[in-house]
Design a protein around this ligand. Structure first.
Ligand SMILES: [Fe+2]
Ligand SMILES: [Fe+2]
Length: 274
C-alpha cells in the first residue's frame, strides 16, 4: 500500500460552534457531537495499542509494518487534537462529555493485558469507524451546509479512517492474534460502542432541550433506519468482519481517495511523524 500521509487540516477549530450546526437538526448534531466526544480518549488508546503491539513484534515482522504504523499514529494524533478543540467548543455550549470518563475507567481493566487484546479492540473499532466513514463519504449531505468547517473536518477524518483501516488489523495478524478473540472483541465492542453512542447522544439532546421533540425522533428514525440510514446501509459491511478470511482492504475505499483528491486545498501534507 502507499504510505499514509499526515495532513494538517486548514480549518479554524477554535471558532465557536452553532448549537444545531448540522442542518439545524438537533438529532444529527447530537449524534456527531457524541462521536466527537469519544475521539480524544479513544484515539489515544488506539495509538498506544498499535504502538505497543508493533513493539512486541520480532524485528523482521516490525519492519514491513513500520511506515503504516507511523502514518496511523500521525493521523490519529491529528484527529484527536482537532476533536479536542471541537469538544472544547461543545463544553461552551453546556454539553457534558460523560463518554470519555466512562471509557477511561473501562480501559483501566486492560492494564497488564496481553498486547493482542488492545490491538484486537482497536481493530474492531477501526472496522466500525471505517464503515461509518465510508457511509458518511457517500452521504455527505447529512452533514448539512451551515458549517463548512465541520463538514470538512468530518469528511477529512472519514477519508483518513478509510485510508488507514487495515493497520491495526495487520498488527493483530502479525502478532499471531486468533480469529476467536478477534470476533469476541468485535461483538463486545459493537455492544459497548453503540451503547455509549446512544447514551451520549441522549445526554446531548437532554441538555439541549431537544430530547422530547417529535422532530428529533423523526430525524433519528430517518437517519438510522431509513433507506439511506446508517444502520440499514452498514449492517452488511459490519457483518463481513465475522468471516475468518476477512481483511479490511477487501472493502472498497474509493470514496476516501476521491474526497482527498478533490479537496486537496483543505489540507497541507506534513508527512509521516518520525
Ligand atoms: Fe481517527
Ligand atoms: Fe482510525
Amino acid at each position: 500500500m502507499t504510505d499514509l500521509v499526515v495532513r494538517r487540516l486548514l480549518v479554524d477549530m477554535e471558532a465557536p460552534i452553532e448549537r444545531h450546526w448540522c442542518d439545524g437538526d438537533p438529532f444529527r448534531t447530537a449524534l456527531f457531537d457524541a462521536l466527537s466526544m469519544s475521539f480524544p480518549v479513544g484515539e489515544q488508546f488506539f495509538i498506544d495499542s498499535v504502538r505497543n503491539g508493533h513493539r512486541a513484534l520480532p524485528a523482521d515482522k516490525q519492519e514491513p509494518l513500520r511506515a503504516g504504523v507511523q502514518g496511523f499514529i500521525g493521523q490519529e494524533a491529528t484527529h484527536r487534537r482537532l476533536h479536542a478543540l471541537y469538544n472544547a467548543q461543545l463544553d461552551k455550549l453546556g454539553l457534558v462529555n460523560e463518554w470519555a470518563p466512562r471509557a477511561q475507567q473501562r480501559l483501566k481493566l486492560l492494564e497488564g493485558a496481553d498486547p493482542r487484546h488492545p490491538v484486537a479492540i482497536t481493530a474492531a473499532n477501526e472496522h466500525f469507524t471505517a464503515i461509518l466513514a465510508d457511509w458518511l463519504l457517500h452521504n455527505a449531505d447529512v452533514l448539512g451546509t451551515r458549517d463548512p468547517r465541520l463538514v470538512t473536518l468530518w469528511l477529512w477524518h472519514s477519508a483518513e479512517e478509510s485510508e488507514h483501516k487495515a493497520i491495526a488489523f495487520d498488527v493483530y495478524q502479525a502478532l499471531g492474534g486468533n480469529h476467536e478473540w478477534r470476533i469476541t472483541w468485535f461483538r463486545r465492542i459493537t455492544t459497548v460502542f453503540l451503547g455509549d453512542l446512544l447514551r451520549q447522544t441522549v445526554c446531548n439532546l437532554r441538555r439541549d432541550g431537544s430530547l422530547w421533540k417529535w422532530r428529533t425522533w423523526k430525524s433519528a428514525a430517518q437517519h438510522l433506519f431509513g433507506k439511506r440510514g446508517f444502520v440499514r446501509q452498514t449492517y452488511r459491511p459490519w457483518r463481513e468482519y465475522l468471516r475468518p478470511d476477512f481483511h479490511p482492504n477487501q472493502q472498497d475505499s474509493s470514496a476516501s481517495a476521491r474526497w482527498l483528491q478533490e479537496h486537496s486545498d483543505a489540507f497541507t501534507p506534513v508527512g509521516s511523524p518520525a
